[in-house]
Design a protein around this ligand. Structure first.
Ligand code: NDP
Length: 695
């Protein structure tokens, strides 16, 4: 909504008069958009607004006064939006992004607003009062950009870069306006600017903010708060601050490692049965606090309570129960070496291990790492993702209450730097990371300096193959589970849905019917099925991919937009989106989007689809829907993926190992396989006779 003008003719503060003034300004913007500067006259505005020209003159003086008020109204709107965004963010790179995002936001990038701006800009050189408004607006943008850039690059460079960014904002906008808004949209414009800024900062050695998808990566802040500083956790449904956490630096990590070493010795000295009792108690506590923890998780992540109350906490509790049983039955091997000797192996803990979590399933990830680590007698230091720091702290409380020795499970908070302190610490023997492929590589490289074990649960771009003989309603349900749970922020999602040519039309029809019935809304409402994405920046990344999908020629059949109706405008909601007629070379088909975006691809035969499904660097998961049992197994055996489903998708019982191949990761979580990653074998040779030495 446009705000009131502050022009010199602005004398009245009566609400009625104020309403009239705003209405006249709106009408002026409409007129500028339709008729341009020349066609917009006082009489014409008065006629459109249904008031007398005298009244318009009473409020604004003359035509220039009216245009100045309209211009101020538009610049003020951008200013308000920039300030609102800046209030939520403290780090320099994120602040630069906020300025770009506000200036190129969809409401600034539509035909009406653009045409009005164009009309003003055409007059700026001639009309003094407009020039004043424009120079204030430009100075403000430059000052905002410079003050953030100065924290990242030297002052003179900040000056130049700020001017370049401002020029690009104007340029991209102007080009779109002059091309009749065919050449660009708000998302791709922001994606372009983000890539530019990232490129420049990267040259200076700063972490990139954006991804190939266009806009910025979720939560990444080029200059994160330093050790000892606090950072906010934000509710992505409302933008409100839920609480603060303190960044752990070297001293805190050293102290945590020392405490963990002490705790681990006590913990490992307990028998498997004793450890199992503690872990079972933790599982009971998780179950008894399910609702409270699910609500916390929903607030922190934005995931609907209908998901968190039946999956996140419960899956964590299941995991503790499962590994409690294994703690009790951990054993080595006896090896018969003949009458004179035998050997045996002991399965021993590694010592102090670290878990580093992603933001999509914060509590579940913490449990999936802590339970096997503790079952095997290790101590764990866990760092949740900076976007979702809250629930891991609750797990720490629960484990202490259950009887875990102090220090044996500790949560440290922070950004990538804190993670790095863990991966490089000589006192830590293993890292289990859930995160992106790039982070996986960095972690593995850092961990190699102290030869730590690593388990990497990384990203994916998994295929779901629907054959012509599949039960189609089940296949549609599988595709929905494979794409829209947790607003699509699931690593194993099958976002490449290959459908056999002969059933594709039918599949699409059924799919669209079900997608259009999905309820987007307040995550705390039990009826809500789709919540917001985890952060504003992540939302822009996802919207950037949607824009790219369109630009590359995929056919958008449903969704494709941010949802801002009612209160949802305060959060980061994106409608479940389906693209049809996708090609294998499109960015939306190749790259991990981590949002509610499904790409449907058509195939004709089995060999072809297997080849296409495998043509990716990722290998986390895959699914097949078919009623032909032999085909189901035959195809799955040929798919390059670590976790597969036949006639279902995304179900993850703790008993089954979970993990990826190729660039999707190393090692496995869950199942007995996890024990391999949290223990080391000691081989013992036992002689039963005399020692015969040749000396
Ligand atoms: P990131 O890789 O950005 O972050 C993961 C964690 O690693 C965060 O806690 C992060 O800190 C930390 N971190 C970042 N850089 C480093 C570093 N150099 N050294 C040590 N720690 C570091 O992933 P996201 O949080 O963005 O999660 C989304 C990704 O996770 C997706 O790719 C998704 O597929 C994947 N994922 C994989 C799963 C699996 O099981 N395979 C399951 C769930 C998600 P911070 O964010 O606080 O800065």
């Amino acid at each position: 909504m446009n705000k009131q003008s502050t022009s010199s003719s602005d004398l009245s503060h009566e609400p009625l008069e104020e309403g009239r003034r705003c209405r006249l300004i709106e009408v002026t913007i409409d007129s500028l958009a339709e008729l341009g500067y020349v066609g917009t006259t006082l009489a014409q505005i008065a006629g459109r607004a249904g008031v007398s020209p005298g009244l318009v003159a009473h409020y604004f003086g003359d035509k220039d006064g009216l245009l100045e008020a309209a211009f101020r109204s538009l610049t003020r709107r951008v200013g308000d939006h920039v300030r609102a965004r800046l209030r939520q963010i403290s780090t320099p790179r994120a602040r630069i992004q906020a300025i770009i995002d506000a200036n190129l936001a969809p409401e600034e990038f539509d035909r009406r607003t653009g045409s009005a701006w164009l009309a003003f800009w055409g007059q700026v050189l001639q009309v003094q009062s407009l020039r004043r408004v424009q120079s204030v607006y430009q100075r403000r943008t430059l000052t905002n950009l410079r003050s953030s850039l100065k924290k990242l690059v030297p002052t003179d460079e900040a000056q130049n870069l700020a001017a370049m960014i401002a020029a690009m904002i104007d340029g991209v906008w102007l080009r779109a306006a002059l091309s009749g808004w065919h050449e660009a949209d708000s998302e791709s414009a922001r994606a372009l600017l983000t890539e530019f800024v990232d490129g420049r900062l990267k040259d200076r050695g700063h972490t990139a903010h954006g991804t190939a998808g266009g806009a910025s990566k979720a939560g990444e802040r080029a200059a994160a708060p330093a050790a000892g500083e606090r950072f906010a956790s934000i509710n992505p449904a409302t933008g409100e601050i839920l609480g603060y956490a303190i960044v752990a630096g070297p001293a805190q990590i050293d102290a945590a490692v020392r405490a963990a070493q002490l705790g681990q010795v006590k913990w490992a000295a307990m028998t498997g049965a004793e450890r199992a009792r503690v872990l079972r108690r933790a599982a009971q506590l998780l179950r008894s606090r399910n609702q409270e923890l699910a609500e916390l998780e929903s607030r922190d992540t934005g995931k609907p309570i209908q998901e968190t109350s039946v999956v996140d906490v419960i899956s964590g509790a299941d995991c503790f129960e499962y590994f409690a049983s294994l703690a009790q039955s951990l054993s080595g091997e006896h090896i018969d070496l003949g009458p004179q000797a035998f050997g045996y192996t002991r399965r021993e803990p590694l010592g102090v291990v670290a878990g580093i979590g992603a933001w999509n399933y914060p509590l579940q990830i913490a449990c999936w790492k802590a339970a096997p680590a503790l079952a095997c007698g290790n101590a764990m230091i866990f760092k949740p993702a900076e976007l979702t720091p809250l629930s891991a702290v609750k797990l720490q409380e629960i484990l202490l209450e259950a009887g875990l020795p102090p220090g044996a499970f500790q949560v440290v908070q922070g950004f990538a730097d804190t993670g790095r302190l863990l991966t490089r610490h000589p006192g830590i023997r293993k890292i289990s990371l859930t995160g992106e492929v790039g982070t996986g590589k960095a972690v593995m490289s850092d961990a190699s300096q102290t030869l730590k074990n690593v388990t990497l649960e990384l990203g994916g771009k998994s295929p779901l193959i629907i054959f012509e003989d599949a039960k189609l309603d089940n296949a549609v349900a599988g595709a929905l589970l494979a794409n829209f749970y947790s607003s699509g922020q699931v690593c194993s999602n099958a976002t490449r849905v290959f459908v056999h040519r002969s059933v594709k039309a039918d599949f699409i029809e059924r799919l669209v019917k079900r997608v259009s019935a999905m309820r987007i809304g307040d995550p705390m409402d039990p009826a809500t099925q789709v919540g917001p994405l985890v952060s504003e920046q992540h939302m822009h990344k996802v919207l950037g991919y949607i824009a790219r999908g369109r630009a590359e020629g995929a056919r958008l059949i449903i969704g494709g937009n941010r949802v801002t109706s009612g209160d949802l405008g305060r959060g980061y909601f994106v409608a479940p989106t389906v693209f049809d007629d996708c090609r294998d070379d499109m960015a939306i088909v190749r790259e991990e989007i981590f949002g509610p975006v499904m790409s449907v691809l058509e195939f004709a035969d089995e060999r072809e689809v297997i080849e296409r499904a495998n043509a990716t660097e990722f290998g986390l998961a895959a699914g097949v829907f078919t009623n032909d049992l032999t085909r189901g197994h035959r195809v799955i055996a040929q798919l390059q993926a670590g976790t597969c489903w036949i006639n279902h998708y995304n179900v993850t019982p703790i008993e089954l190992p979970f993990g990826g191949v190729k660039m999707s990761g190393l090692g496995r979580e869950n199942g007995r396989a996890a024990l391999e990653h949290y223990t080391q074998l000691k081989s013992v040779y036992v002689a039963m006779g005399d020692v015969d030495a040749p000396y």
